[in-house]
Design a protein. Structure first.
Length: 364
């Protein structure tokens, strides 16, 4: 294995960045990282894993996935299994309400954990578990802010009657925050309660059908989940495609066609980028160079989704932020890895993320 790492590092030296990675070989030959996702087959998961492997494998990191997130007990079991198997770190895409327990398990096994996508700081016991040596930090999106931007755009484009769609409250803090953000913006805009209709169900397609049939005057559906695979067809069947505005989180490739035929109006994507930044925090912690904020508290970085409002926007997002086209190269992240790296610099770099930012960096 040492020979393999030596070959990797020699190759890195050829592109002029050897000195930045040499500490990794001194610390340990290889690292094993578990990634907890809600699904391993969807495009969202494939983009995340492709991006993580693009920067992790050259550093001697191997990845394994586990499905958790929406079931707290399964997530706890995932972390226990990774710890028993000798893993060095965890990237948890869905912190939920069990982070305190997950950190306890990590402490038992000497395993670091970082959260991505969903803010772990929303947990009531964040102050307690975030002080742990084995909590490497969080990278997250402000769900209420982006939900408000979507509602504002729907309103500006003529919507006065709205459907709220997604899973029932209580399943996911992240999805609840999206619905809360939408409701807060609707209240701010003065949309009366009788013009706001809830379609929250585990049967997402059925909920969409019910909204469309029960409220024929509705001009927009705000959803807290992926909608191309569930709401698209009910819209087509109802004859309302292009008339009722629709958004989508974590879209798959089919979203491009939904934009092109006018069924989809908005898509938020790009979470693979914050997973890459979260990995930097985790890798630094695993190699003995844990990053913290200036006051010593746990690392926390707020990134933004890529907010697509057209087929052209979405095509650009796929071209610049996907498994085939990672949002960052290892060379771009090199300055933020190692004992001399600055958390403040990493935070500033990560928080610049946008479609314009990634296009400027990867235009050639």
């Amino acid at each position: 294995m040492k020979k393999v790492v030596a070959v990797i590092l020699a190759a890195v030296m050829c592109i002029g960045v050897f000195s930045s990675f040499s500490f990794a070989a001194e610390a340990q030959d290889t690292y094993k990282v578990g990634v907890i996702l809600y699904d391993t087959e969807c495009q969202w998961a494939k983009d995340i894993m492709g991006c993580l492997r693009a920067i992790g494998e050259p550093l001697g990191v191997t990845f394994e996935t586990a499905i958790g997130g929406t079931d707290p007990e399964v997530t706890i079991e995932d972390v226990q299994n990774f710890g028993a198997a000798g893993y060095n770190g965890i990237v948890n895409l869905h912190p939920g309400t069990v982070m305190s327990k997950l950190v306890e398990v990590c402490e038992q096994y000497g395993m670091y954990i970082v959260t991505s996508n969903d803010p772990s700081s929303a947990s009531a016991d964040y102050a307690q578990f975030s002080a742990s040596e084995y909590f490497a930090g969080e990278v997250w999106e402000d769900e209420k802010q982006i939900a408000g931007e979507i509602i504002q755009s729907m309103y500006d484009n003529g919507a006065t009657e709205f459907g709220l769609h997604g899973f029932p409250y209580g399943l996911s803090a992240q999805m609840d925050a999206r619905l809360d953000g939408a409701r807060a913006k609707l209240a701010e805009l003065g949309v009366p309660e009788e013009n706001i209709h809830e379609g929250l169900s585990f049967d997402k397609a059925g909920a969409a059908d019910e909204l469309l049939s029960s409220f024929p005057g509705m001009q927009a559906i705000f959803s807290s989940v992926e909608t191309v695979s569930t709401v698209y067809q009910p819209l087509i069947n109802s004859g309302k495609s292009g008339e009722v505005m629709l958004n989508c989180y974590d879209p798959n490739d089919d979203a491009l066609y939904a934009f092109e035929d006018g069924t989809l109006s908005y898509a938020t994507t790009g979470t693979c980028a914050d997973s890459m930044i979260a990995f930097v925090l985790l890798y630094n912690a695993m190699t003995g160079n844990k990053m913290v904020q200036e006051d010593g508290s746990a690392a926390s970085i707020n990134m933004r989704y890529l907010f697509c409002q057209s087929a052209e926007d979405f095509q650009a997002a796929m071209d610049y932020c996907s498994a085939d086209h990672p949002a960052y190269t290892l060379e771009e992240l090199t300055p933020f890895i190692g004992p001399d790296a600055s958390f403040a610099d990493l935070k500033a770099f990560a928080e610049k993320f946008s479609l314009e930012d990634v296009q400027a960096r990867h235009a050639n």
